[in-house]
Design a protein around this ligand. Structure first.
Ligand code: ATP
Length: 444
């Protein structure tokens, strides 16, 4: 293994993302919208791969978890029952000198304002509500308020009985969902780390009361394993238990999976909470519906406890990008040492898996390259890149983490073979075109 970058700056990552169309500001032609970001052609592939790996590990590879896609707009009574209307707030303070606002728990109030430096100019903290409100139908009055969901989890709670009965799952089992959530954050920032619109990957795992501590332990280990398995440097990954005064209104115990982000320090990627029977009981009470489980083996009826691994999509994706970033000295095609930037993304996450590169734009080579790309494309996300010198094209593919470059040269016209270059070792191998898909398949 090559050594990893000690500390790539966030600015370097932001610039790479913009330059290569991975992530950039939303509504940029109008000056942007603060904290809103758009995922471009390569970014959307990367994000989809992160979501697909989570879905595979959390749903498809397990017999005890099923999927769900619930609506973003839900009955407002859901958020009354869940406690969000009353308690989903952050403490807001304002600097009376520069009028900038901060989350009271994110600034050191004794040190003064992070923006203007003025000391003791804070307003008293007030509770700021994080849910976005809108209205259903043509009239905007209080009778038709709906909220944009601030978490996907409530869909799993309100659909618990329907899903359990339809899937005939026995406890312990889980319901998983991926989708957008919205929070009117006081201080969004740090690129895509904190935004007002973001995606979540959440799973509610329903267990028998009394077994909840063991299951919390199980899921924290599983989730740490997922990040490490997808290549995150384990020295940059840690588990942190919440202090009692930090716990959400529904939680008995919570661990955060944290990553050491450049310039930000240890920050949350995912929270794994023991939500107890809080949500199911609250919905049973507010809806008047039975939300419990009958255990056919012991003939007991009980309200299950819930262990919830709740991850974002953007934060882990940003961590994968940062962690994969490396700058190395490498030999160029002309035999000179030069710097190369390479994203050592796990192959499963790489937005492009295979790039087909004709040695030059020569009219004999391009159609052969197109034919090779057409053969590979049904099996792997494939790019064909024709313009500029071959060395530059290798560097462009390295920079976005493409694991294999396949080069078509003049020998190919005679021997029907191509050169496959490995992103990490930069070693090249000559492979017959008719064995290429098989060769690549073995390596993914
Ligand atoms: P924080 O303390 O950073 O505000 P949180 O503890 O409120 O986060 P959770 O409610 O546990 O976050 O949400 C689960 C996951 O959803 C987080 O770990 C994070 O990955 C993601 N997430 C939450 N809020 C945001 C946001 N504003 N922007 C991007 N991702 C977010």
């Amino acid at each position: 293994m090559m050594p990893r970058m000690a500390d790539v700056s966030m600015e370097t990552i932001v610039n790479l993302c913009k330059r290569r169309g991975i992530v950039f500001q939303s509504s940029e032609i109008y000056g942007g919208l603060r904290s809103a970001w758009d995922w471009g052609p390569l970014g959307v592939e990367l994000k989809r791969n992160v979501k697909a790996e989570w879905w595979r590990a959390m749903v498809q590879m397990r017999d005890d978890v099923v999927g769900l896609e619930s609506s973003i707009l839900m009955s407002p009574r859901v958020w009354e029952a869940s406690g969000h209307v009353e308690t989903f707030t952050d403490p807001l303070v304002e600097c009376t000198n520069c009028n900038h606002r901060f989350r009271a728990d994110h600034v050191d109030l004794a040190k003064g304002c992070p923006d203007c430096g003025t000391k003791d100019a804070w307003t008293e903290p007030r509770q700021f509500h994080l849910m976005f409100k809108t209205h259903i139908g043509p009239v905007e009055d209080s009778s038709n308020i709906v909220y944009l969901r601030p978490e996907t989890a409530q869909g799993m709670f309100v659909d618990f009985m329907t899903v359990q009965q339809a899937s005939r799952k026995r406890i312990p089992f889980g319901i998983a969902q991926q989708g957008k959530s919205f929070r009117n954050e006081i201080t969004p920032g740090n690129f895509v780390f904190r935004t007002r619109e973001f995606e979540q990957m959440e799973m509610e795992f329903f267990v028998k009361p009394g077994t909840d501590d063991d299951w919390l332990d199980y899921w924290t280990k599983e989730r740490m394993r997922w990040y490490a398995d997808l290549g995150i440097d384990e020295t940059k990954l840690r588990l942190r238990q919440h202090d009692p005064d930090e716990l959400s209104h529904y939680a008995k115990n919570t661990y955060d999976v944290e990553y050491e982000f450049p310039g930000m320090g240890w920050s949350e990627l995912e929270g794994i909470a023991n939500r107890t029977d809080y949500d199911l009981k609250a919905h049973a009470k507010h809806s008047g519906q039975e939300l419990s489980y009958f255990d056919p083996d012991t003939e007991e009826r009980y309200v299950p406890y819930v262990i919830e691994p709740a991850a974002g999509v953007e934060r882990p994706t940003l961590a994968f990008l940062i962690d994969a970033y490396a700058e190395e000295e490498a030999m160029s095609a002309q035999g000179k040492m030069e710097k190369r930037t390479v994203l050592k993304l796990d192959k499963r996450l790489a937005p492009i898996k295979v790039a087909v590169l004709p040695l030059s734009k020569h009219a004999d080579l391009v159609p052969v390259a197109e034919k090779v790309a057409a053969e590979v494309r049904p099996h792997f996300a494939t790019d064909i890149d024709i313009t500029q010198a071959i060395g530059r094209r290798y560097r462009r593919q390295d920079e976005v983490g493409t694991p294999y470059c396949v080069t078509v040269d003049f020998d190919t016209l005679n021997d029907e073979q191509v050169t496959v270059r490995d992103r990490d070792t930069m070693e090249q191998e000559r492979i017959p075109i008719n064995g290429l898909v098989e060769y690549l398949r073995k390596r993914f």
